[in-house]
Ligand binder design. Structure first.
Ligand code: FES
Length: 113
């Protein structure tokens, strides 16, 4: 029996400002997590969908990064609009929000033949 239908992993990894890889914390990762948690609560989904803080997901150049399981969909969040669309489409209706996905074949393994 599964505990949650979906997990949303939101990178909040923090590095020093001069680090060459940057970090999702400095790109708003913590605020993004709070927005996901707030929306899940508003929709009464907190028992079915878990929004978790994540450490570095090794996609720093695309941060702030969000990864949703079980499908393993990788998103880069460049606006609140992406968060709303991910909730409405991916979380509620199981449809990938293509415009917010990371456009790099390393993160699109299911689409590579
Ligand atoms: S710091 Fe967020 S993916 Fe590396």
């Amino acid at each position: 029996m599964k505990r949650f239908d979906k997990h949303i992993f939101i990178c909040e990894n923090k590095r020093e400002s001069e680090h060459p890889r940057g970090c999702c914390h400095s790109k708003g990762g913590s605020k993004i997590k709070e927005k996901f948690k707030s929306k899940l609560k508003q929709l009464g989904l907190s028992d079915k969908v878990r929004a978790n803080t994540s450490g570095c997901l090794d996609a720093c150049e695309y941060g702030p990064v969000v990864l949703i399981y079980p499908r393993q969909t990788w998103y880069t969040i460049d606006s609140d609009d992406c968060i709303d669309k991910i909730i409405d489409n991916d979380i509620l209706n199981d449809n990938v929000v293509e415009e917010c996905t990371i456009k790099d074949k390393r993160f699109l393994k299911d689409k590579i033949e």
